[in-house]
Design a protein around this ligand. Sequence first.
Ligand code: 5AD
Ligand code: SF4
Length: 454
Amino acid sequence: MSQGTTTKTAPQSYFVKSFGCQMNVYDGERMAELLGDKGMQAAASADEADLVVLNTCHIREKAAEKVYSDIGRIAKRAGKDGGAKPMIAVAGCVAQAEGAEIVRRTKDVDIVVGPQAYHNLPELVAKAARGESALDTDMPAASKFSALPGRKKQAPSAFLTVQEGCDKFCTYCVVPYTRGAEISRPRGDLIDEAKALVDAGAKEITLLGQNVNAWTGEDEAGREQGLDGLIRALDRVEGLARIRYTTSHPNDMTQGLIDAHGDVAKLMPYLHLPVQSGSDPILKAMNRSHAAESYLAIIERVRAARPDIAISGDFIVGFPGESDEDFEATLDIVRATSYAQAFSFKYSPRPGTPAAEMDDTFVPAEIADDRLQRLQALLNEQQQAFNQASVGKTTTLLLERNGKKPGQKIGKSPWLQSVHVETDAPIGSLVEVELVSAGPNSLGGVIIAESGGS
Ligand code: 5AD
Ligand code: SF4
């Protein structure tokens, strides 16, 4: 840390760059609101900011290493006054996992702040400006959320973190170490924040959590309820048109939540339910605590409740000990499930996780690469087929941004597909369209009515 070397001037402008998952995007927005609330100006890019916050991801090695090349690049730039480099803060999961190590590795970092401590960011900025050490990776019992300012202007689709942390301890995963134990934010706070988001312009809210469907809270009468209870409460928020949630664990997929997919109209027909592998021995070694068959049984129940639901998933190939036969079982579960969308990764050993110790059974990189290619080819085929099957449907889009062509807008279908459409309706409108064409990553639609349902 450039502690004691110079006394910097307090930064006037900031830029927050978030990597990784949607929870980081949410945290990034909250940090920006916090700095704005303290009178700092939002810069248009990292190049123009006096303070650059790198909100980092530690889930795979590539993501974690990226932060160091970014720091190097930013530190080369002189500050606006032609003197000092901008102040650099490392936030997020790399900050939590590596803490003081970051400061040992590079002298260019002024602030290190973990995901549970970022409400202290303004104080850390002030400390760094005085040339003092500014490191905070505490995981305090009191929630950071109550120390954050109210929600500001929102895009049509907003994120709302309802649950953080993970108690599942999948053997490959750093999350239980970087984000800590599972905690659920109180229901009343969440309903208040949802209303504030809607007042600020949001039409859709995606409830976020590393294990979002492990959320628990109390209803008005003090009875314990699960995520379905929260969804039903949000269903009553006026002005909110759509509700989504991610990411879910198969073991927390309660019948109540499945039923909500059948009878809560605002709950969109999309479920991200990672399986990781289709092989029972590998699932066991991953400590996933579900088997291929029990996963498929959940999918069947979800489809019974909501036949048109789009299923999405995460996969890891090349987990230690994965044989050809194990990998074939993964392809089998993909064929049996039929995914609308998916994310697949090559296993990356993470320091401190149990799987990283299984190094005598590491799968050679060429084999893992080949498996990833084969898996992705199948998943892409399924995504394309899902999109193709949507052609001819009449549905509602939430317009989110302008397209490249004049008059073109891009909206999201209920199944989270990006749809291009020509319309004068403003961003944030719900419009009714007929889906007329499909590519692998987006569809084309034509307007039927300028104001749609949900
Ligand atoms: N290596 C590769 N992929 C990983 N994931 C989590 N940890 C690892 C790792 N060590 C993937 C999982 C998870 C997604 C967010 O990232 O598929 O669901
Ligand atoms: Fe990681 Fe498993 Fe928890 Fe997901 S459920 S965050 S993969 S430990």
